[in-house]
Design a protein around this ligand. Structure first.
Ligand SMILES: C[N+](C)(C)CCCC[C@H](N)C(=O)O
Ligand SMILES: O=C(O)CCC(=O)C(=O)O
Ligand SMILES: [Fe+2]
Length: 421
C-alpha cells in the first residue's frame, strides 16, 4: 500500500518537474513537505449525494452528476468570483494572475449543498457552484458546439422552406431581425425582400445588423463589369465557387449582395455550403479532413490598376477548427487567390493536393449547388466563413452593390437578441 503510494507520488513529481512546475533545485525540505501533503491528499476524498472529489498532486478531480471534470489548481484560484478577485458588473478580472503561486493548492475543500468552498494557503476563500463548474469546465465544453448549424445541399435547403423577411418589418421589429439572424446562423445564408434597389437602402439594411467592414474595396461597393479593379469579379466571366478575402488574415465574416440592375442573360449566383462538403470529407476520409485543417496556406491579392495599389497576404488552413471540440468555424477556399505553397515539404504537399481534390469533388457535386438569380429588391447575406459563392457568366449591363460586415458585430447583435452565437 505505502509502496504503491510512493511510486505514484514519484511519478507525479516527475510529471510536475517535466511540466516545469517544480524548479530543478528541489530541496529536500521542500520534497518532504510535498511528500507529506501528497500522501495526505491521496486519502482525501469527500462524498455528498452526487458529488465526489479527489485531490491529486497536480489537479482536482470532481465527479458530479454524470461528468468527471479535472481542474488545475491555479485555474481554480484564477477564476475566483469573490468581490476582490472579480468585478461581477463588468465581468472583468481584478485578480493579478501573475501573483498566484504556480504551485498553489487549496488548504481545505468543503461542500455545502451545491457550492464548493476552497480555502487557499493565505486564507482567501473561493466558492464555486457545481453547475457553474460543469458549464465552464473543459470536459463540459468539449461536448458542446459553439454554433448550432443545419448543414445543407440544394434539396435540403429547398425542403427547409426558409422564409425571407420583409425589408420594412426587418427595420421595424426586433422579432423580424431575430428571425432573420436565427436563419442566417443556422444556414449561413438569408434573404431580405422588398428592399428598394438603391445603394442607400442596402446600406441602411446592413447597418441594422452590424457595423460595415470597410476594406480595400471600400465601405459600400458598387460594381459592374467595367474592369475598374484588378479582379475577375469586375468582368463578365463565370466565377467558380469560392470564399472572398482569403488573402486577409481574418477573412470578411459576412458578404451582402444586392443586384440593382441586370439587362442581359446569365449571371445567376451559385451558393454551396462549405461545411456540408467538409462534413462529407470528414466522414469519407478523416485523415484528409485533418490535413486540410493543419496545412497553413497563403492567399494573396496583388493589384496595380489605376489608382489602386494593394498587396494583401493572408495565412491559414482551408479548414479552421476549434481544437477542443473539433468544430469547424471557417473555410478558406479560393483557388484563384491561393498563393504559392511553400509552407510544407513536398510529400505533405502531395497529400494536401489529394485532400483538396476530395473536398473540391464534394464542393462541385451538382446536388450541393444552390442556384439563385439575384433580382433588384432581394438582398442576399452570405456567411463568408462557411458558404461559398460563385456566378454564371453573363451578358449585358449588370450592377451589383453590397458590402462586408464585421463578424463580431453580427454575432453581437444575435447574442443581444438572445440567440446562441
Ligand atoms: C465583392 N467585391 C466585388 C467587392 C470584391 C470582390 C473580391 C474578389 C476577390 N477575388 C476575392 O475573392 O476576395
Ligand atoms: O458577380 C457576382 O455575382 C459575384 C462576384 C463575386 O464573387 C464577388 O463579388 O465577390
Ligand atoms: Fe466573390
Amino acid at each position: 500500500m505505502w509502496c504503491h503510494k510512493l511510486l505514484h507520488l514519484q511519478s507525479s513529481l516527475q510529471k510536475l518537474m517535466k511540466r516545469g512546475y517544480i524548479g530543478q533545485a528541489l530541496h529536500l525540505s521542500n520534497f518532504k513537505s510535498l511528500f507529506s501533503l501528497s500522501i495526505h491528499w491521496c486519502h482525501t476524498a469527500s462524498k455528498c449525494v452526487n458529488c465526489t472529489w479527489h485531490q491529486h498532486e497536480d489537479h482536482l478531480e470532481i465527479q458530479y452528476a454524470s461528468i468527471v471534470m479535472r481542474f488545475d489548481y491555479v485555474w481554480l484560484r484564477d477564476h475566483c468570483r469573490s468581490a476582490s478577485c472579480y468585478n461581477s458588473k463588468t465581468h472583468q478580472r481584478s485578480l493579478d494572475t501573475a501573483s498566484v503561486d504556480l504551485c498553489i493548492k487549496p488548504k481545505t475543500i468543503r461542500l455545502d449543498e451545491t457550492t464548493l468552498f476552497f480555502t487557499w494557503p493565505d486564507g482567501h476563500v473561493t466558492r464555486y457552484d457545481l453547475d457553474w463548474l460543469v458549464k465552464n469546465s473543459y470536459e463540459g465544453q468539449k461536448q458542446k458546439v459553439i454554433q448550432p448549424r443545419i448543414l445543407w445541399n440544394a434539396k435540403l435547403y429547398q425542403q427547409a422552406q426558409v422564409p425571407s423577411v420583409d425589408f420594412q418589418n426587418f427595420l421595424k421589429t426586433n422579432d423580424e431581425l431575430k428571425k432573420f439572424l436565427q436563419n442566417f446562423l443556422l444556414y449561413g445564408i438569408a434573404f431580405v425582400e422588398n428592399v428598394p434597389p438603391t445603394r442607400e437602402h442596402t446600406e441602411k439594411l446592413a447597418e441594422r445588423i452590424s457595423l460595415i467592414r470597410e476594406t480595400i474595396y471600400g465601405r459600400m461597393w458598387y460594381f459592374t463589369s467595367d474592369f475598374s479593379r484588378g479582379d475577375t469579379a469586375y468582368t463578365k466571366l463565370a466565377l467558380d465557387r469560392h470564399t472572398d478575402t482569403t488573402y486577409f488574415q481574418e477573412p470578411c465574416g459576412i458578404q451582402v449582395f444586392h443586384c440593382l440592375k441586370h439587362e442581359g442573360t446569365g449571371g445567376k449566383t451559385l451558393l454551396v455550403d462549405g461545411f456540408y462538403a467538409a462534413q462529407q470529407v470528414l466522414q469519407k476520409a478523416p485523415e484528409e479532413f485533418e490535413l486540410l485543417s493543419k496545412v497553413p496556406l497563403k492567399h494573396e491579392y496583388i493589384e496595380n490598376v489605376g489608382e489602386c495599389h494593394n498587396h494583401m497576404i493572408g495565412v491559414g488552413p482551408v479548414l479552421n477548427i476549434y481544437p477542443w471540440n473539433k468544430e469547424l468555424y471557417l473555410i478558406r477556399y479560393n483557388n484563384y487567390d491561393r498563393a504559392v505553397i511553400n509552407t510544407v515539404p513536398y510529400d505533405v504537399v502531395h497529400r494536401w493536393y489529394i485532400a483538396h481534390r476530395t473536398l473540391t469533388t464534394e464542393l462541385r457535386k451538382p446536388e450541393n449547388e444552390l442556384w439563385v438569380k439575384l433580382k433588384p429588391g432581394k438582398v442576399l447575406f452570405i456567411d463568408n466563413w462557411r458558404v461559398l459563392h460563385g456566378r454564371e457568366s453573363f451578358t449585358g449591363y449588370r450592377q451589383l452593390c453590397g458590402c462586408y460586415l464585421t463578424r463580431d458585430d453580427v454575432l453581437n447583435t444575435a447574442r443581444l437578441l438572445g440567440l446562441r452565437a
